[in-house]
Ligand binder design. Sequence first.
Ligand code: FES
Ligand SMILES: [Fe+2]
Ligand SMILES: [Fe+2]
Length: 425
Amino acid sequence: MDHFEKDLVDALKDIVKAGNWQCVGDKSKFKSPCTKLYSDDGEHIVLVHTEDDTFWAMDSSCPHEGGPLEQGDIEDLGNGKLALICPWHYFDFSLETGSSSTGLQNQVYDVRVLDDKVFINTQCMLSLCPIPVTSIITHQDSLPVEINENMLCTWATKILQTPDPQEKVSLTKMVQEKWNSWEITEIGESSPPSQPSRRDNLTVLEPGKIKRGKGGTLASRIALLHSLANIEQWAIDLSWDIIARFSTFTLSTGEPLPRQFFDDFVKVAGDEAKHYQLLEQRIMELGSFFGALPVHNGLWQSATDTSHDLLARLAIVHMVHEARGLDVYPQTLSRFAAHGDSSSVKVLEVIYTDEITHVAAGLRWFTYICSKEGCDSLKTFHDLVKLHFKGFLKPPFNIEGRKTAGMTEEWYVPLVKPSNLQKTS
Ligand code: FES
Ligand SMILES: [Fe+2]
Ligand SMILES: [Fe+2]
């Protein structure tokens, strides 16, 4: 029996044994490197066809912030092993194991080709057709605002409409000072834009078109700092958006949000502005500048999806995405440390400490509103995440960092796919 026949017989035995193999179609259908397959459990899969005619499969939603891995690029990370690179922040995921040098882990699936048909080992139903989108919400952009200098909300909207990141940072710091010294006393109300402004010369990413260099090189470190600076720029806007969009939120008792809610998110905005500035400065020290690389604006999607519901906003943006940031920081830090880049490490340490307080703020206001409304905060959180976040939360988690923020395991473990539960840390 030659190798091929033996492989075939072994593969057939496996198929019979496991019984979870699904044929997704003829291999000639999958010419391009990545194809998205839609799963009935919402955790879609990307099928990868590499140049050596091998097939691989993993979850298509990036374990970092849900980036579309099917739009990613295949790269050899220098060790002969191929990885799929997420188009949003260039985290690498080994095609073979799903592990990433950032410490995250993506779920991979066995793939077999038999008789030119591609089989994937999963219990879920897969299909090449997308699930139809039923509702598209359009928003009317607000007109440029006239500044009422005494109102927090009009400043928030002005900052959202400021395209230049440095100006956004300066305005944020100024408003933070005025708010803290009671020079701004009213919260007021305004209608924030559906999407914040961005500089015209900032190239918005064509997914998968960036080459970021082999892991650990100067180019790849600059690319990572650049993507973090981009996240921080969006984070400044997310903080002002929650202030402006929900300024008139009232509890069912008729009470408005207390001033401390706004104190907290003004502080978050100030921190994010500081983070952007630290990263921008570090990128310049390394010989580049913010805007030198394309960026993506995927992070705003979760703001749009939750613009109608404060609890959903707190849950998705601050308790899922910001907590995800905590999960990846320790590994990101050690990546810079391994290359002796202590200046970048210092910047990341400052950011990490602050980010813990941001998750804590999200959690504090989420539980505050739930307790005022008499609803179970854990159950409400789980329901909202299932409704607004695509797919499951993925281990490993930074259990310590999350705990410091007050987010104990009962918040996130129930949102992990049952088959991944053994790997939560
Ligand atoms: S690296 Fe994929 S979403 Fe951030
Ligand atoms: Fe930040
Ligand atoms: Fe943050």
